[in-house]
Write a new protein. Structure first.
Length: 311
């Protein structure tokens, strides 16, 4: 995502924020919204990664606390020619992963314990290679800023509906304008997200396939994650639907309104890449956990990343 598109996107969201402020508070509301949007853009630029990681209660891990997973990310980052990102785990059963940070030098990647427990080593490598491709393509800043600002627009719209509905001085026309604003503004923000996200995901899939060298492993991971994402609730996405665009597979979102292409289309594209690369067919070994040091595990067991069962 180049700088011009980023600037245009932020300008569009800022204008949307101002328009909503004007509807709710007139000229003063528009000015306040502009100041808030400017402050939010500045804060998000410098703190986007902290905002997203805090939202998910992510915990940072290193070579001592999660040697297998950390080592896998380190090897993939080296293959991608990237600085080593910070690595995080999210104690959550919903399988998913994301990347964040304003540039490759300040990047972080995160995965849920549910994802690591469900996928085998090759599939985990495919997922994390996809996230590192986002870092390499410099998608991470815009992903996080869009999610943050779109979420703020939705919250402002909801607040405005309750605030204006209690104002007995408003005329009927103003009330209709308010209702339209609180409906249209979040929808417009969602359209902006969709416009930039679908092409970005295809690019990260292709980049992840190149980094891992195994596009079929990523395709297998996408199929597994998509199957479980609809069944296992994701509390963060439920509280803040705008966060869904951060994940490798969005949760509980219809294809029509999703920021991601349909999973089956992504898998088909990866199969085409695999055919061009002459990639081998996936091994049919049983799925095993890719992470040894999961706190909730009652006893040691073999791991796809550590066959000796070390913690």
């Amino acid at each position: 995502m180049n700088g011009l598109k980023t600037t245009m996107l932020l300008a569009a969201l800022t204008a949307l924020f101002m328009g909503l402020g004007y509807t709710l508070g007139g000229s003063s509301g528009a000015i306040i919204a502009l100041l808030v949007a400017a402050g939010m853009n500045l804060v998000t630029f410098w703190n986007a990664d902290k905002i997203v990681l805090s939202m998910h209660n992510a915990r940072e891990v290193d070579a001592n606390s999660a040697p297998e997973f950390y080592g896998l990310v380190r090897d993939l980052a080296r293959r991608a020619g990237l600085p080593m990102p910070r690595v995080y785990l999210i104690d959550q059963p919903a399988p998913n992963a994301f990347a964040t940070g304003r540039d490759p030098d300040h990047a972080a990647v995160a995965a849920t314990t549910g994802l690591l427990a469900m996928l085998n080593r090759d599939e985990v490598a495919g997922v994390m290679a996809h996230e590192l491709a986002h870092v390499k393509n410099r998608d991470t800043l815009i992903m996080t800023m869009v999610a943050t600002i779109a979420g703020a627009i939705s919250m402002l719209a909801n607040f405005g509906l309750f605030f204006r509905s209690g104002d007995s001085q408003n005329g009927h026309g103003n009330m209709i304008a308010t209702i339209l604003a609180v409906i249209v503004a979040p929808f417009a923000a969602m359209i902006v997200q969709m416009a930039i996200s679908r092409h970005r995901e295809y690019g990260a899939d292709a980049g992840g396939a190149a980094i891992s060298g195994n596009p079929r492993a990523l395709a297998s991971a996408l199929a597994k994650i998509a199957g479980q994402a609809e069944r296992i609730p994701n509390p963060v996405a439920q509280r803040n639907p705008a966060a869904a665009q951060l994940y490798i597979v969005p949760t509980h979102v219809s294809e029509l309104f999703s920021t991601h292409p349909a999973t089956q289309k992504r898998i088909a594209a990866l199969e085409d890449i695999a055919a061009q690369m002459g990639a081998p067919v996936l091994r049919t070994a049983p799925c095993a956990s890719a992470l040894a040091p999961v706190a909730a595990r009652p006893r040691r067991r073999r791991s796809a990343l550590d066959p000796h069962g070390r913690d």
